[in-house]
Design a protein around this ligand. Sequence first.
Ligand code: HEM
Length: 324
Amino acid sequence: MRTHTRARLKLALFALIAATATARADDAPVPEQIVNVMNKIWGSHPGTRANHAKGVVAEASFQPAEGAARLSKASLFAGPAVPAIVRFSDSTGVPALPDGSPYANPHGLSVKFDLPGGPMDVVANSLKFFPVSTGEAFLALLTALSESGPDAPKPTKADQFIASHPTVLPAFASAATPASFARETYNGIDAFVFIDKAGNRQPFRLEFIPAAGAEHLSAEDAAKQSPDFLMTELAARLARAPVVFSLVAHLANPGDPTKDPAQPWPADRKTVTLGTLTITKMVDKPDPSLLFLPGNLPDGIEPSDDPLIDTRVQAYAVSFGRRQ
Ligand code: HEM
């Protein structure tokens, strides 16, 4: 319960930030409306992402594990190590946000695998599951938060939304400030589908597990950290040694729902280690045209019926267009 109270507090603070923003419904497609509300809540900052604006980029390589190729014919699992680019980030569209701020949760890990036939992207964060099930509901949540400032009549729109969507508070409560970007577990949240050489289909969700183990700070300790502590700690850590994550797939049982990112599968589902991501070196001047899209997938991996995936692809493209 204590963690839910913290999540409620965080949302109340969020609403305070959003108090100056007035979101209004319009006729634009939902992904574009979401980016509009994000820009209103967090401000438009030229050249930065609408969400996860603050981040750092590094070079990496991915070594597939034996056995991954049995699940999927994707070229990611077929041969030797593939080069990759990763980006660690703080939540929100505020590029100067202190890394220890509660708004910086969940933190993100995006990976672009440089495959021969074109890149494959994985865009993950530290939530265990998403607060809502669809893009429409996410738009409604952001809009409710933007209309729930300190002067809003009680119960606020956000109070009402939370009361009717029981997954919102537990989802936000599932993420905390990590001690390091290298000490966080990152989840793909949306379900995708492996296709093997014989055409068999297996739905899965991805998880990056840190070799150094997960470690989180209390809210009090997080607030005491220097504003860029996660960004600078990663650079210092990489100067000493590589940072390593296992990439693990959680496999759905027959009948497990794949279309609801707010509904995690039971913890006893089979897991398979797909490979090892080894991050080696900071990129000092990241390419501003770097764009991670959850729909960039090789033959052998497909989106599931989870509607959030398409909303995300479109919203990321809108944000990318505005930041170019
Ligand atoms: C409907 C749901 C969602 C919407 C509308 C949304 C929207 C956005 C937008 C607009 C951006 C900026 C993209 C850019 O300019 O490149 C972004 C970035 C990001 N999102 Fe989402 N997001 C959603 C769900 C998620 C979920 C479920 C995850 C994690 C599983 C996630 C993780 C991230 C990360 C890590 C980034 C930073 C990407 C980077 O490093 O370049 N988002 N999101």
